[in-house]
Design a protein. Structure first.
Length: 278
């Protein structure tokens, strides 16, 4: 598929970065970043590309289904790879280095699968803006020499959404997602039941059309973050609020709280940030 002329220069630059590679595996979540990377890789390398999607309890089932559908749309070879983060005590401990531990586990597994398939390189969909947040997983990627073509092309999140739209990707404006473990405060041990509770509660938000929201788990309290604007306004209506409260309680929470600050990327990192009043 041809990309719109106004976006062709950046997209061509991305393809030029990929074209010299003999083969490539893309760590593919189905989000807009890895989708654009996979699209460019397919356009640049054709059948020498495989999409690898980590499949584990820390990834919502809906996200896996989205990844499958998007990979099929791009006519990409796609392999679901079962990963074992929750089998690792260091990951379950949920320390501030959790993302580093997780990415080391996932990338090691994806690299092994790629090697078995005769694929020379692994790339992930990190973008330029990701370096503005606390993301220890980026350190794992650098240590393991996982390629970052979107960064090499100088692409921001806004660039990626614009290019994805021009490329005709249906998820170009899809809200960013992160693994379910990111909803749990650091040093709170992770369990399958805890992750399932969060996933069920966030499914309620999505079913109510409250896109881009998060359910942060604080014991029996579900702290709901919603993007400013329509979603925040809608939840204040009596009908929507009633359905939300009932659904989240059914998911396993005792109390349902609305965070008046709204959705903030990486809000669970707040305890790690220095305070001005001390």
């Amino acid at each position: 598929m041809k990309i719109r002329p106004e976006s062709s220069d950046q997209y061509d630059q991305l393809k030029k970065i990929l074209e010299p590679l003999p083969s490539l595996a893309v760590a593919f979540s189905g989000g807009v970043d890895s989708s654009l990377l996979l699209a460019a890789a397919v356009d640049a390398l054709g059948g020498r590309v495989v999409a690898l999607t980590a499949d584990s309890p820390v990834h919502p089932a809906r996200e896996i289904r989205t990844a499958i559908a998007t990979g099929s749309l791009l006519n990409a070879r796609h392999v679901l790879v079962r990963t074992d983060e929750m089998d690792q005590s260091a990951f379950r401990a949920n320390t501030p280095d959790r993302c580093y531990i997780c990415k080391k586990i996932i990338f090691k597994r994806l690299m092994a699968v790629a090697a078995d398939l005769g694929i020379a390189h692994l790339a992930h969909g990190v973008n330029r803006d990701d370096f503005n947040d606390y993301r220890p997983g980026l350190r794992a990627a650098a240590e393991m020499q996982v390629m970052a073509p979107l960064v090499d092309a100088g692409l921001s999140k806004a660039d990626i959404r614009r290019l994805a739209k021009a490329r005709g990707l249906p998820n170009w404006n899809r809200p960013a997602m992160a693994c379910l473990a990111s909803r749990i405060p650091y040093d709170t041990a992770l369990s399958h039941s805890l992750l399932a509770r969060v996933e069920a509660a966030e499914r309620v938000l999505e079913d109510l059309g409250l896109r881009g929201g998060r359910v942060r788990c604080h014991g029996d309290v579900a702290r709901i973050e919603l993007p400013a604007g329509e979603a925040m306004a809608r939840v204040l209506s009596a009908e929507c609020r009633s359905q939300l409260v009932q659904g989240v309680k059914t998911a396993g929470f005792t109390y349902v709280a609305l965070d008046l600050e709204g959705y903030r990327q990486g809000s669970m990192n707040a305890p790690l940030e220095p305070r001005d009043d001390v």
